[in-house]
Write a protein that binds this ligand. Structure first.
Ligand code: NOJ
Length: 618
């Protein structure tokens, strides 16, 4: 342990939680094993409430952004050995799977989402031996590892692209999208881009290349050229690199912007209507499912893996095409409807009301069938901090309560829950006030386009980036109240500044406080593991129109077992309320509450305080 804490108390607390979690996990496994021996439904494997039991359906996933997790060598950049140092912490938290954001060799135009060598570890993060040690440490603790697969594009420094751009005749030329420009009557020496595609990171999605006098396509940064999946050799090479990591023992992939791999034939201009939402078109290319099915057939089906796609541009209705188990593509996807419920254009805020969020979750629970699977998440490295985004950081007390409320929701909704590093501590957004405090290419490019382009005032841009910018979630983990929050050595300069609130908000302090968000998150995760109803159970929103209280049930009947009936009641806001459960329903025994001293029995009228979150039997 690297933080100065009251060690005895911490060890005792951890020993207790760890014991509880081990028992819960065994329980979940036993129930699921028992379920596998039943024969119900049309599938030959035993089903639980119509679902085929799978380890990745029962998992809780924790995302690690390696650059910001723990620096072990004092260079100010997180690394793999830093992750290995904290594996006990993660095991004690109760998570089963770690999703590691890209750890590959990269020039870091987009913090590793621009890969130079898919078979090498990023120098700043360590060596392959460090990776192997981390992986075996994860396995020794009965956890699993999924890694980020970023293959819609590579880095422009990848060997394939270096070859590709070297000449039109190079065998790698067709690994990327090269096109002639359109004539530019005003300036014939400088042709116009081949079509009107915009880049996610501002400007055109086409970059002029002087060598061959052609443009190449990049949906993201100029240094992230899109790979041409229509070329069978590209697919072959991608499948080979996937096998390389699977053969090392990784347990699957989070697939970056995977629906974008099949481009529109002929790459015609977007119509004005398509221009409103280009990813809609880009994500629905004609060969997307064919390529994913090939990937599944040739790679994924040969291993016991978990796959989760970043489903940009896909509606909920379209999701089953990718996640339905009968189609043999991916296990699940991230759908952004919930996490973006409060988002307008780019970083602007959209007012929202609780019934909108409930409607989204209700839609998820009804639109997906028993042969589909879902994810639940409200944060990641591309979004603000969970509590700053959806909770209340106006006081320390509300920060803690609201963070606990959100964790309760994530662990009890339908789908595999994903949490992001620092959520368990209720880390907050960074108080950015100036452009030079940001590192993210998305912010920097948008500044050029919006502020320097005269579309927006600087102060407004900074305020919006402070609210929604991606660097909020990328500030270093706050491990202790030591200088630099224990993320790196006191003398080092972290690659991105540590949030100044690290003295109050840090893992050491939270480990010592049994009522901290950290300990609560452990309890919420343990609860998730203890009840298969939270995994396979039915979901019912009891009061969809209520603007303050979110009340829902999860219930599960399994032959030969008592029915599991759980009621979740969340008071979304600081206003206390005397809440009468709908339909004459009565809450039974309390199984989890975010406020100490909550009465052990519920009843039909619940007195809910600010940001109260409770789980009862009913
Ligand atoms: C989605 C990733 O989550 C994001 O961080 C990245 O910038 C883009 N894809 C491009 O890879």
């Amino acid at each position: 342990m690297i933080w100065p804490v009251k060690k005895t108390l911490v060890l005792l607390a951890f020993a207790f939680v760890f014991a509880a979690i081990s028992i819960d996990q065994t329980l979940a496994q036993q129930v699921s094993d028992a379920a596998k021996t039943e024969k119900t439904g049309k599938h030959s494997a035993a089903l639980v409430n119509g679902y085929e039991p799978m380890w990745w359906k029962e998992a809780v996933v924790y995302q690690v952004y390696p650059r910001s997790f723990q620096d072990s060598n004092g260079d100010g950049i997180g690394d793999l050995n830093g992750i290995t140092q904290h594996l006990d912490y993660l095991q004690n938290l109760g998570v089963n799977v770690i999703w590691l954001s890209p750890h590959y060799d990269s020039p870091n135009a987009d913090n590793g989402y621009d890969i130079r060598d898919y078979r090498k570890v990023m120098k700043e993060f360590g060596t392959m031996a460090d990776f192997d040690r981390m992986l075996s440490g994860i396995k020794a603790r009965h956890m699993r590892l999924i890694i980020d697969l970023v293959v819609n594009h590579s880095s422009d420094e990848h060997r394939w692209f270096v070859e590709s751009r070297s000449s039109k005749k190079n065998p790698y030329r067709d690994y990327y999208f090269w096109r002639d420009g359109k004539p530019n009557p005003a300036d014939p020496a400088h042709p116009l881009p081949p079509n009107n595609y915009p880049s996610f990171f501002s400007g055109s999605a086409w970059q002029w290349d002087e060598t061959a006098k052609q443009f190449y396509l990049h949906y993201f940064a100029v240094k992230q050229p899109d790979l041409n999946w229509d070329n069978p050799k590209v697919r072959e090479d991608v499948f080979a690199l996937m096998k390389f990591w699977l053969d090392k023992g990784v347990d699957g992939f989070r697939m970056d912007v995977i629906p974008l791999i099949s481009k529109q034939p002929g790459l015609p201009d977007l119509t004005p209507q398509e221009m409103q939402d280009p990813p809609r078109l880009w994500a629905n290319g004609p060969h997307r499912d064919e390529y994913l099915q090939q990937m599944n057939r040739e790679v994924l089906s040969k291993y016991d893996v978990m796959t989760v796609g970043e489903a940009i541009g896909i509606t909920l209705e379209e999701e089953p095409k990718i996640v339905n188990s009968d189609r043999h593509e991916l296990n699940m996807v991230f759908n952004f409807d919930a996490v973006r419920v409060n988002r307008g254009d780019f970083y602007s805020e959209k007012k929202w009301k609780l019934p909108e969020l409930k409607a989204i979750y209700d839609h998820h629970a009804t639109a997906l069938s028993k042969t589909d699977w879902d994810t639940v998440f409200l944060s990641n490295h591309d979004n603000p901090r969970l509590v700053s985004n959806f909770g209340d950081t106006s006081t320390a007390e509300f920060r803690v309560r609201s963070a606990k409320l959100i964790e309760t929701m994530l662990m009890t909704l339908k789908g595999t829950p994903f949490i992001y590093q620092g959520d368990e501590l209720a880390m907050t957004n960074y108080p950015f006030t100036k452009l030079n405090q940001f590192d993210d290419i998305e912010v920097k490019n948008a500044y050029k386009e919006r502020v320097l382009g005269g579309k927006m005032a600087e102060a407004e841009f900074i305020a919006e980036s402070q609210r929604f910018g991606r660097d909020n979630s990328r500030t270093p983990m706050q491990w202790s109240d030591a200088p630099n929050g224990g993320f790196t050595t006191p003398a080092a300069k972290p690659w991105l500044a540590v949030n100044p609130n690290y003295k109050e908000i840090n893992a050491g302090q939270e480990q010592a406080d049994p009522e901290s968000v950290l300990h609560y998150t452990q309890r919420a995760i343990a609860l998730h593991h203890a009840h298969l109803a939270f995994v396979y159970g039915d979901y019912k929103d009891l009061d969809p129109d209520n603007e303050q209280v979110y009340a829902f049930t999860r219930s599960l009947s399994m032959p030969g077992k008592p029915e599991e009936r759980l009621l979740v009641v969340l008071n979304f806001g600081e206003k206390p309320v005397e809440y009468t459960l709908p339909g004459g329903m009565s809450a039974g025994k309390l199984v989890l509450a975010n406020v100490p001293g909550t009465p052990e029995m519920g009843g039909s009228v619940l007195k809910l305080g600010a940001w109260d979150a409770r789980v009862y039997t009913y």
